[in-house]
Every structure is written in structure tokens, then in C-alpha cells.
Design a protein around this ligand. Sequence first.
Ligand code: ARG
Length: 657
Amino acid sequence: MNILTELRNRFRSALDGMADDPTDLLAMVRPAQDARFGDYQANCAMPLGKRLGKPPRDVAAEIVGKLDVDDFCHPPEIAGPGFINLRLKNQWLTERLGGALADRRLGVPEVDGPRTYVIDYSSPNVAKEMHVGHVRSTVIGDSLARTLRFLGHRVISDNHLGDWGTQFGMIIYGFKNFKDDEAYGQQPVKELGRLYKLVNQLVSYNNGKRSLPELERRAKEREEAIEGQQDAVASADKAAKKKAKKALRKLQSQLNETKAELDTARDKIQAVDDDPQLSTLAAQHPGINEAVLRETAKLHADDEENLKLWHEFLPECRADIQHIYDRLDVRFDCEYGESFYHHQLPDVVAQLREKSLARESEGAVCVFVDGFDTPMIIQKKDGAYLYATTDLAAIQYRMSTWKPAAILYVVDHRQSEHFDKLFAAARLWGYTDVELRHISFGTVLDEDGKPFKTRAGDTVGLAGLLDEAVNKAHGVVCANDDAKPTGAELSDEERKHIANVVGHAAIKYADLSQNRESDYVFSYDKMVALEGNTATYMQYSYARTQSIFAKGQIDVDALRESSAEIALDHPTERALALALLQFAEALDETVADYRPNQLTSYLFELAKRFSDLYQQCQVLKAESESMRNSRLLLCDLTGRTIKQGLDLLGIRVVDKM
Ligand code: ARG
């Protein structure tokens, strides 16, 4: 059961007649920060007191008077200005633990009203090398899918592959003009990757050159605007100052954006200028940008030759990506890439025009959405459709096929404007009854704080990154085994297997344990460390539970079925027990705002409490048989909870480490 939900239900009844809408008050019933004050705490008497114009302690007393929690809590205590402290009864805790021990779901109930979720994640552009950001989308999406499913929801995971965009125009152009036959014969994907990169460099070079004057003009204009605004701030009176400063900050951030664009453009120009071979090619193919668009347009118009090439390239590219998914243990229910929607695009545009939601502007077809500086273009002047058009078609398809209550898009934060506009347009189109959410995440940085690139040199892509993590894990596993007081226990085979599990887990967990919206620094050494909030530590904690059973030759299944019970005599036992019973809460928190780091934090806390127990109490050598059994059962429930929790993160465990 979910203790927090139960408590909030009881508070809801108690608050009846005191507040019209108690939602925000109920959110103030929380697990206690400090165990000395109890297990849960309600801070709602303070705001409610303010609202009612009564002393908060009196309000707290009134709430407590009406609160019916006798069956599972000691009498609530009122502290300080009006905190209500709640302490669960041990007897009740032990009964719940018994229930969890006997339950495959560890006491986590299935949701009452299951919803249907479509989760759009991973979604790399094929033929381009997958990058670290795609791993982030893949593991966050996969873990949300697993967790929602475990809670009883219906989940459709959909890999919206970029398999139809301009990159194919680039590859086709490259294939027709720069192909190395021998290389293509030997390693087609690698050669396609090279062609893509080459053409992309030349295209970006031209784009950079073309956009430079405009970017420079904009930067200058913004610098001037900032100067003006600085004066405005200086001369503003007290009342207007805050607003003026806010406007200044906005201008400054806009300038930073322009400067970043300028830097990127200059870098791209320089990369070609500095390389004689590339410069020659750039000079020989001055119209490459237009040519690439023509190749793309031909493909989209079902041109026989280009379509044939596309059919030739696609399986190669997909196989390459599949290899990464196999290693990451990630599967999708469907993979409707962009190409899947291609034939629906004209109709999408027609429908939106018919409803007068889209209209022509400067030759392009646009949807104008309130609150945005620029409209959403859904068809270009030359007739081409865009990323946004495909996303609209995908919404229509998903809504009619699965009727989801929510569609989640796990995509990095740079696309937030795209999604804001897309969702606004979809609502205008009539999709008001669905939760459309951009599950945005930050950038993975290297130790210098720059966006992390999988090591330079074309051969080491994501596969290389995973290999490296496995190597590091191997080092840690061997060192740990060698340092065992009774000597090493693992065979070479076992060490390899463990390193493989631990290395992949490390990459995933490092991603998942971050607040998804923040950037984070990628560090192999930190992610495989045995201490701290890492997968390795979690897996180690699990293995420790199993090694206790192995050492004591315990048949846990039999023990669980015996009459043995968990008793809570020592404070560390009680602390661990409470954490174990909060698994359901942690999962609810995880899906409330789609944040897997809520689950990793929970597991980390649980593992620490287990470690406290292990250090402060004897398990196998406990004073009495019943105490020993009780602690063994706590180990059992801890191990199973960690295993289940890690499974929801897409992470496996090993019995020995
Ligand atoms: N292919 C895109 C990229 O790699 C991500 C697609 C995300 N999903 C979507 N429905 N737009 O940037």
C-alpha cells in the first residue's frame, strides 16, 4: 500500500469543512525530514491558519481532533508553530512487511484507473551517428515505460526514428558524388556515416557563410538594445526597476544565444577553411545545399532511384542502431519512424487549411499559434514538409490508434520550442483531451564542461562508449574481488559477466540519477565507483543481501513461507522497514513528474539504511533465532526491492560481486 496516499486521504476527511479545495494542503503532508520528529509530518496548519485568520496551533489542534489515524498511527503530536507529527505503529508496520514479503509486487498496488501512455523516446536520426543525448533519451524513456507499466498502466513505446529527413538527401548526394566503393563494400554503415558527415560539413559551411552577416547584425542590434536597457534600469524608479531588470536579463540571454550561434557558424566555416581537401571540395560543389534539397525532394516524391537507395541504406543503418538497443536491453513496441507518416502529410496540411488553422504566408503554409514570435511552418514554399508536419501526423495517428491519455516525448531541451508550438497547434486542432508532455533533459558534458562527444575518430561511437564503461567496471570488479579478506572468489568468466552487467548499468544509472533537466558531467570513474549514488553501489548492496543467504546457507523461500516474522527492535531495523514500505510512494513520485531520479534517490536511501543495519546489527549471528530470522527477512525484502527498483530503471543485478 501507499502510506502517503492513505495519510492524505485521512487528512482530506479531517480538512472537510475547513478548506474548499485542500489539494495544496494535502501536498504538505510529507515524509518527515528528520526521524526524531516522527515518520510523516503535515505542515498544512500554517497556511490554513493564515487563510482562516486563526492561530496555526489552534488550527493544528482542530485538524488533529478530526483526524482519524488511530488504526496505524500513534496519537499525532503538535510541535513548534503548528507542525503535525505522525508516527506509525510498529505493529502495523510489521503486518505490512509481512504482506510485502508474501507479495510478488512487494506491496505496491496497481493503479485504480490505468491510463494509456504513448512514450516517444530514443528516436535517433538514422545514418547519423547516435550520440550520448540519444542514450539519455533511450534510458529515461525506457525507465518511464517500465515504471508506468509496473504500476498497471498501458504503455506503447514508440521509437520515432528520423529515417526520412534531409540527412538522406545528404547521404544520397554524397553517395552519388563522393562514394568510396571499396569502403562501402566492406563497411557500408561506416562509409555512409562518412558521406553524411562530409556533405553535412560542406552544407554547414555554406550555411555559416550565408548567415554570418545577419547574425553579426543581430548581435550588434542586441548589444545596443542592452546598452539602452542598462540606461533604463539606471533611471527607473523603485517600482519599475524590477521589471526593467527582468527585461535586461531577457536581452542578455538573447544576446548570448546569438553569440553562441555566431560561434557555431564561425567554427563550421573554420573547420573547412583549415582543411585544404575540404576547401577544394567546397569550391567544387558551390551549389551543394540546393542539390541536397533536390535529392531529398526527389526521395519524397517517390523518385525511383533515390527510393531504391533509401531502401538499400535503411536496413544497414537500423541494424547498427539495433545493436546498441540489444546491448542496452531496450525494446520498443513499435518503431514508426518519420517515413511511416510521409504519405499522410498532404492530408494533414489539407485538414489544417480546411479548418482555417493553417494559411499561406510568404509562400509557406503556417499554423499561427498565440504566444509565439514565429508561426509553425508545416509546408515550405517548395512544397517540402517539415519535422513539425510529421509530428502533427504522428499525433493524429497515435490518437486514433491508441486513444492515449498522455503522449510523452523524451527529447533534449533544445527542442522545447518545437514542442511548445506543436502542442499548442495540436490543441487548436482539437486534441485537448490528452496530456502532451515534453520530457525535456539537459546536455551531457565532458569534464571541461563542453558537450560530451563520443571520442573523436569515426570508429568509436556509442558502442565504444559502452565498451569503455565495461572495461572500467572490469577494473573495479577485479580490484574488489582481489581485496577480499579471504581471497578472490570469482572466476575470469564470472568477472567478465559481472563487468558487463555493471558497466552498462553504470552508464544508465549515471543518466537516470540526475535531475533530468540539468546538464551533467560524464565521468567513467565516478559512474563505476563502489561508493556513492551509483549503479555499482546499488548492485553491490543487492549482492550483499544474496551473499548473506549464501554464507548462512539460508533457503529464503522456505523462510518466507515459515512462521518467521519481522520484528522491529533496533532503530536501524525500523528505519529500514519504513523505507521498504515507502517503495510505492517512490514510484508514484517517479511518475508524477516523470523523473527517474526520484527512484534512484529512493534506492540509494534504502541501500544506505540497509548498510546501517548490516553495520550495527548482527544478522547471521543475531542473539536469538527469531531475531536472526527477522533480520534475514529484512535482507530478503531489501534485496527484492532493490532488484525490482533497478529493473524499473532497466538495470540488472548479479548475485556475487
Ligand atoms: N529525431 C529527432 C532527433 O534526433 C528526435 C525526435 C523526437 N521525437 C519526435 N516526435 N519529434 O533530434
